[in-house]
Design a protein around this ligand. Structure first.
Ligand code: G6P
Length: 613
């Protein structure tokens, strides 16, 4: 996730900004840049790659030593590749106004069109650059101060931002604003710092002001003023940071995996952001604009992935066949690439990958390209190899995933697949009414996930009761069959407990022989088309003295009668159930690993990104 740092005070800003950026490295980034005011001008330098590259570029430049006010940024790409032009800070045409921005500007294309018509020239592919131009548009046409221009510009913007702005004509001022992207202000002796989180600040001061959403602050050498975005003054309390640096990186969580599990409501909001057009009730996926006509006519979809991404592909098969009515197959990338696959005319191949660098997925993708398929990527890492080599694609916008076991990337993969399936479905056969039901329900998913997350402690207590069992089964049907596979994979990869996932009906063709002596069997059993059948399967397990843990729909009393434990998830449309039913299984695996003393974020023998065969 992008990071912001800023400084105004008596000391040279350069080294404070660079050190601050380094403190934010853990958030993930692919380019960085600084803006320092010196001698009547804004000096900007930025580049792709590590912060050390930026540091080397800046070394020896006197402006780093003399400037005492500046803003800096680490970018984790969302719109446009990680390159120099897309790195922040961005400026207006004159180079007198500079901004750094975290978040997503949803209406950036409309704003870009408007600003281009006014003569502004854009030099990046980012959504953020519109902010610099829009602020200058107001600054040069009526706003008397930088803060007035920022307020006016933000009034035109929809989306999320943590924002810091400087202007060479008001050289002793930084204006910051926040909506949906964190921003805090450090209050030192005769100095202020700003940052996306406290880690970039605490070596200078423990006194901080937390800016709330829809608030703006004006930092000058004489003091600080805070306003709402409606221009009403607000008084803010100075608070003390008591966390260590490591705790800050983890935002109070014990592990990145747990943090990322809990981030899912927000990562899904980001994934949906700008893609659900609530006015016209349609789905817009800019990344597919160029290929949408071919996609609508596609005869077959092949989904490729490895590990958790392959499980997302399995759910994609249900989504594309059910919602878009397009014949779909899912392939392990490692099998597809060596199988001499038949790729008929009209086939679209979609590669699913968090990292965009998985060797087998990339090789399978290239193989399908050679055989004439249209290729798409559903990728989290912007500018990664898969993202670059596909004909088109949709980014997850899940934010960096640090825990080796994929969690938030998985649910965002499901969200993006659903969006594509709905967009194609509507163009092929789906009624507007049905689409609207999905759009409305998709919007409620983040809140519904929040209610599941609240059960984390109960899930831990329940997991503790079964922690000594070395063999588990996970069973589900339909949309929840791949969730059974994902639940089993999560448990084995981080807690080293042996677990198998199966379609529930397959149990009686062999695995039922394993069930005896209290073996834990997890049923993913929400209300759905095959609910009655799965109740039957639950009873088969109970009859053989297995212990049943069921994931069920809120208010379902029937499942409760036959299960040892029930974890409830809110009701939703069947196609969206995996987004809710996977959450308790992620938590179960996490708590099992912690209870067994395993290294959750770095499980044995596993790598986050598998770039070799
Ligand atoms: C590794 C990770 C998994 C991930 C898989 C595919 O095995 O441990 O969590 O699902 O790679 O990675 P990708 O980056 O292609 O999604």
């Amino acid at each position: 996730m992008c990071g912001i740092v800023g400084y105004i005070g008596p000391k040279p800003a350069g080294s404070i900004l660079i050190e601050g950026l380094k403190r934010l490295e853990y958030r993930g980034y692919d380019s960085s840049g600084v803006c320092i005011y010196d001698n009547g001008e804004l000096f900007i330098d930025k580049c792709p790659g590590r912060i050390s590259v930026l540091e080397e570029k800046l070394a020896g430049d006197p402006r780093i030593e003399t400037g005492t006010i500046g803003i800096a940024h680490t970018r984790w790409a969302t719109h446009g590749e990680p390159n120099q032009a897309n790195a922040h800070p961005h400026t207006d045409d004159s180079g007198r106004i500079a901004i750094v921005h975290n978040g997503i500007i949803e209406n950036y294309s409309a704003l870009k069109q408007f600003l281009t018509s006014k003569g502004h020239v854009f030099s990046s592919e980012t959504d953020s650059e519109v902010l610099a131009k829009l602020i200058s548009e107001f600054y040069n046409n009526g706003s008397s101060t930088l803060e007035d221009a920022v307020l006016a510009a933000l009034g035109e913007v929809s989306g999320t931002y943590g924002l810091a702005v400087m202007c060479a004509d008001e050289p002793d001022k930084i204006v910051v604003a926040r909506k949906g992207s964190p921003l805090i202000i450090g209050v030192g002796k005769d100095e202020y710092l700003i940052a996306s989180d406290a880690s970039a600040i605490i070596e200078h001061t423990a006194n901080v002001i937390y800016l709330n959403d829809n608030e703006l602050a004006i930092l000058t050498r004489d003091g600080l003023r805070t306003l709402t975005l409606d221009n009403v003054p607000v008084t803010k309390k100075i608070q003390q940071v008591e966390w260590t640096l490591e705790q800050i990186a983890l935002d109070g969580y014990d592990h990145f995996m747990l943090k990322e599990i809990f981030e899912q409501p927000d990562s899904i909001r980001m994934s949906l952001s700008g893609r659900l057009d609530m006015r016209d009730m349609r789905i817009q996926l800019g990344g597919l604009d160029q290929v949408v006509r071919d996609l609508v006519r596609t005869r077959k979809i092949v989904l490729l992935g490895c590990g958790t991404a392959w499980h997302a592909g399995l759910i994609g098969e249900y989504l594309f066949e059910d919602l878009a009515r397009i014949p779909t197959e899912v392939e392990y990338a490692s099998e597809f690439r060596y199988r001499n696959p038949i790729v008929e005319e009209g086939t679209s191949v979609i590669a699913l990958s968090q990292s965009g660098e998985t060797a087998d997925t990339l090789a399978a993708l290239r193989e399908s390209q050679d055989r004439g398929a249209l290729t798409l990527g559903i990728v989290n890492a912007v500018g990664s190899t898969i993202a670059r080599e596909t004909d088109a694609g949709v980014y997850l916008h899940a934010g960096p995933e640090i825990g080796v076991a994929s969690t938030k990337a998985f649910t965002c993969q499901l969200v993006v697949e659903t969006l594509i399936a709905l967009m194609l479905g509507r163009r092929r056969h789906m009624s507007q009414q049905t689409l609207e039901r999905y759009i409305e329900e998709l919007q409620k998913i983040p809140e519904k996930i929040e209610t599941v997350l609240k059960q984390s402690e109960q899930i831990r207590d329940m997991t503790a009761k079964y922690i000594d069992y070395e063999n588990w089964l996970f069973l589900g049907r339909g949309y929840n069959y791949p969730i059974a596979l994902e639940g089993a994979l999560k448990l084995k990869e981080i807690s080293y407990i042996h677990a198998e996932g199966l379609p529930a009906a397959e149990m009686k063709h062999g695995p039922i022989a394993l069930i005896h002596d209290g073996m834990p069997v997890v049923f993913i059993a929400p209300k759905c088309g095959t609910y009655e059948k799965i109740l039957g399967n639950i009873q088969e397990v109970k009859a053989r003295s297995g212990q049943v843990i069921a994931i069920a729909t809120e208010g379902d009393t029937e499942v409760h009668k036959h299960s040892d434990h029930v974890i409830y998830v809110p009701d939703t449309l069947e196609a969206l159930q995996p987004l809710l039913t996977v959450i308790p299984l992620q938590l179960l695996a996490y708590h099992a690993a912690v209870l067994r003393g395993c290294n959750v974020d770095k499980p044995r023998n596993l790598a986050k990104s598998v770039t070799v065969e």
